[in-house]
Design a protein around this ligand. Structure first.
Ligand code: SAH
Length: 218
């Protein structure tokens, strides 16, 4: 979805441009569509007042023990997903809605689940206010179960960390689909890519250390 010209011309576009150049391109992200989405998403609109500098090279608190991820990590996970215009994507862990907003510009629809009702509500309102029209937020949803009514998904992004990838999510991944998740028992996890072949075979690879909030149980 194209964003309004307002977002493109806001006072933060210079900061955003520098963020993309130094933090994202500078670390090897090359997918032009991903770079474009990072350039056009007004990250400062997803940060609570006083939480910190929106375009800095680190995560920021958004309340309820949740964080908006570091810009580079958002870009890396989006690139690993290999999003295409026809794709329907599931995100587990809506948080601020920023990652959903970035991906939504590259695919046909984003379904996103958030377990904390207050975060789901504010993300939904904020995304609507900013004009994102292809994102559905599921409030008080449990990411462990995924969203079977909307499956299969060509891509799944987990932005809260499970100890092991829930079997329900692997089942809801389309053949040929990709799932990207931080996997591990503590605050330090491995960024894992799961690829499901056209025949349904699973291949798993690892992309280094990350730190996400752990997934919680209902
Ligand atoms: N993608 C978000 C960052 C999310 S932080 C962004 O761009 O801002 C991780 C989020 O996962 C938190 O909001 C947390 O409440 C949520 N979460 C934790 N456990 C969950 C679960 N079981 N199901 C759905 N969401 C969960």
């Amino acid at each position: 979805m194209l964003l309004s010209p307002v977002a493109a011309a806001d006072a933060f576009s210079e900061l955003r441009e520098r963020m993309v150049r130094e933090q994202i391109e500078g670390r090897g992200i090359r997918n032009a569509a991903v770079l474009g989405a990072m350039r056009s998403t007004p990250r400062h609109e997803f940060i609570p007042k006083g939480a910190g500098p929106a375009y800095a090279d680190h995560p920021l608190p958004i309340g309820f023990d949740a964080t908006i991820s570091q810009p580079y990590v958002v870009a890396l996970m989006t690139e690993l997903l290999k999003p295409e215009k026809t794709h329907r994507i599931l995100e587990v862990g809506t948080g601020s809605g920023y990652q959903a907003a970035v991906v939504s510009q590259l695919v046909s629809w984003v379904y996103t689940i958030e377990i904390v009702p207050e975060l789901a509500r504010s993300a939904r309102e904020n995304l609507a206010r900013l004009g994102y029209a292809n994102i559905t937020v599921r409030p008080a949803g449990d990411g462990f179960a995924g969203w079977p009514e909307r499956a299969p998904f060509e891509g799944i992004l987990m932005t809260a960390a499970p100890v092991e990838i829930p079997a329900a999510l692997i089942a809801q991944l389309a053949n040929g689909g990709r799932l990207v998740a931080p996997v591990g028992p503590s605050r330090f996890q491995d960024l894992v890519l799961v690829e499901k072949s056209p025949e349904g075979k699973i291949r798993r690879s690892s992309y280094g250390g990350v730190s996400f909030v752990p997934m919680r149980r209902k």
